[in-house]
Design a protein around this ligand. Sequence first.
Ligand code: ZN
Length: 399
Amino acid sequence: MIHSKNSSKTILKTIKNYGPLTCKDISKITNFNIPKVTVLVNNLLFRDLVEKVETPKKRGRPPKLIQIKSDMSFFIGINIDSENIRIILVDINGTVLNKLKIKTEPDSGIKNILNNISLKLEELTNVLGININKISGIGLSTPSAINKKTGKIIVSSNLGWSNINLKELAENKFNLPVTIETSDRAMSYAEKKFGIARSFSDFFFIEIGAGIGSCIFLNNKLYTSPAGFGGEFGHTTIIEDGEICKCGNRGCLENIVSGKSLIDQAKVFINNGSNTIMHRMTYNNIENLNVELICNAANEGDKIAYKILKDAGTILGNAISNVLNVLGINVVIIGGGLSITGPIFFNSIYDSIKLRTLSWIGKDLKLLKTSLDKYGAALGAALFEIDDYFENFLTKEEI
Ligand SMILES: [Zn+2]
């Protein structure tokens, strides 16, 4: 039986995108009949491009699952934020094999930061006996405005960078292909591939940390405009004559709801001598104030901390409802530092979305917290690079 090369590529791509899969699953997705799938899969097994793995099924003889040969290539995922650099090592199926964290030191400059990362790569691979030469690419994310086409960071207010060609600098440093993405888009991709978003084709993802990043999955695809952006609502105008934002506009959502904004608001109350336990909780050093502390104070009944969280949740919920009404979708996933906040913030967001979203859009509203750990953005960045690698592999290889 002779099958076209395209059929083999379709099978490989299906296994890569949806695997591990049984031959029956592959048949369903590709519309190839099972005998054809079996022959093609056997050929790929013979050529050492895929491997069989056991299913976790408890009873009876488990059907074999097929996945891309996991030691075919390895990849590094990196997320750089203003405090930490998180680095992970993954195989081609996106399985995390090792991870570590170092301090960012943003003032030391981008070249120094890339240098610090490169010193850690062997540490990450050596302990597993993986030769560093088996690394095929790097995915790099940061919470910045990025032009993915050029690899340039347009501006990163949290890291203090602007107009830096991060892709070029990183490729020169590591001598490997590098994919650049914003951290919220990277997180959303990891969430779609391995997290709670697996079962949703359409959702709005928000990363709230020091700032706000957001993106949209529509019909199982991360929306990207022709200019290389999409879904950002952190700089939508909430207060026309509000404070000047780092982006140059006034009254942006990020200026009112982000972690930094909540801390700034709490500081104003403390400095005005308001009746709050937050000052005592910082051991009388206002610089110790953080979002966790505001949440703890609110949970202990502090009315000011409660009001800060509740008002922020209301404003964020209003802004989210605008997006849901425009897109006609009803799943929202929140990640980032502020996703650890307790029920006061989340309930306030939920109530406000429910109140403001058109009833026929918001009736089955799902407001979910991210299921990823703090390495989620690094994982997503690696997944983007794996996609690029795989596309190039399929184009070049005779399969
Ligand atoms: Zn702004």
